[in-house]
Design a protein around this ligand. Structure first.
Ligand SMILES: Cc1ncc(COP(=O)(O)O)c(C=O)c1O
Length: 381
């Protein structure tokens, strides 16, 4: 049975053949000319993807959680205070990472499905100052997209370093580091960047690099960015063997993004999100996330009365589409559909048709074809 299913979980996202071909190329020397060229190009492309001309990119074997750890350990000093803005699961994880390393931190948490509003952040910062403020751009559990640009405007007046978790946003939602004043964007390979999992990815602004250089030592060895800096600046150097094939596939992924154009890519994510949501609404589904905070990269969808989570997702799997269940308190009440990376409009149509086939097989009452028609009307607009 073909494993080829349309992967619409909130990451990993579908990996296109061009990237898989790059991944499958013979493994070359990690300090050889092919790797030097590709790692250098991937770093340059990443600066453009994060809109950070003088930024310092890091691409290291690991996952998004390693990137979270690296971002904190390399910007937070022993007497610093961190404010974690949380709108769900991964905001809490950021607080857990702080706790794991004994970093002084406070958490401002919004209701699930929403995000902390900039006015509340401003009020909080008037009461207490923080050296580093961290937010989750898009929380994958709640589908809520934080108003990062507005946060940055508030923080611009306080001088706090601003760290953005873009694991479910970078490459699909704008993160204009220079223009907005973001100091660290951390992300991972497997979501909007459309490449296989296995890379922790960060871009640090000159200010964030200066902060790192100002820290005597950090409680890390592999996660110490100053140990990776020489490799990122000259990939012919060695610190630890990078995952050669993944990095070359990642380089190919960044080429695809820049060929599409960043603004075009951001618009496509918005368009596909609207199309899928229109299709699902026409079939009786509603959204969990507050409309003010809808993320372009995934949808967290409430089940209508009478539709059972596991049966629905199993049916959809049988029809060739994989979606994820809810996390924590939303488990069984919602499903999460990712619509990020290098998706095509044909895949968007295929997804809503598969939902219709699954509903029909479950005997759920709906207007046949209504979902597909709604998707077509948005995509045609
Ligand atoms: C917003 C966000 N941050 C961090 C992570 C952790 O990334 P990883 O699973 O690659 O460790 C995820 C993973 O889904 C995420 O969505």
């Amino acid at each position: 049975m073909s494993e080829e299913k349309l992967l619409l979980i909130p990451g990993p996202s579908p990996v296109v053949p061009r990237v898989l071909e790059a991944l499958a190329r013979p493994t070359v020397s990690h300090v050889g000319p092919e790797m030097v060229r590709d790692l250098r190009e991937a770093c340059d492309n990443l600066k453009r993807i994060a809109f950070c001309d003088e930024g310092q990119p890091f691409i290291v074997a690991g996952a998004g959680t390693l990137a979270m750890e690296m971002a904190l350990l390399n910007t937070v000093g022993p007497s610093d205070r961190v404010l974690v803005l949380s709108q769900g699961y991964f905001g809490r994880r950021m607080a857990d990472v702080c706790a794991a390393f004994g970093l002084q931190h406070d958490v401002m948490e919004s209701e699930w499905g929403r995000a902390v509003v900039p006015e509340d952040l401003e009020r909080r910062l008037a009461e207490k100052s923080y050296n580093v403020v961290v937010c989750t751009h898009v929380d994958t559990a709640t589908g809520a997209c934080a108003p990062v640009e507005d946060y940055a405007a508030v923080l611009d007046r306080t001088g706090s370093l601003f760290v953005v978790d873009g694991v479910c946003a970078t490459g699909g939602v704008p993160e204009r580091m220079d223009a907005w004043g973001l100091d660290v964007v951390l992300t991972a390979a497997q979501k909007c960047l459309g490449t296989p999992p296995g890379l922790a990815v960060l871009v640090l602004s000159p200010l964030a690099m200066e902060k790192r250089r100002g820290l005597d030592r950090v409680p890390a060895y592999y996660a110490d960015l100053l140990r990776w800096l020489p490799v990122m600046q000259d990939p012919a150097k060695y610190f630890s063997t990078p995952c050669v094939n993944e990095i070359r596939a990642f380089a190919e992924g960044t080429r695809i993004i820049l060929e599409e154009g960043l603004e075009e890519r951001f618009e496509r994510h918005e368009l596909f999100a609207s199309a899928l949501r229109a299709g699902l609404a026409a079939l009786g589904f509603t959204l969990f996330t507050d409309p003010r905070f809808l993320a372009p990269t995934l949808s967290v969808v409430r089940y209508p009365e009478g539709l059972e989570d596991k049966a629905f997702r199993a049916g959809l799997y049988g029809n060739g589409v994989v979606v994820a269940g809810g996390l924590a308190q939303t488990a069984g009440r919602v499903f999460r559909m990712g619509h990020m990376g290098n998706l095509t409009s044909a895949q968007v149509r295929f997804a809503v048709e598969a939902v219709e086939r699954s509903l029909a097989a479950l005997g759920f009452r709906f207007e046949a074809g209504a979902g597909r028609a709604a998707v077509d009307s948005v995509l045609a607009a």
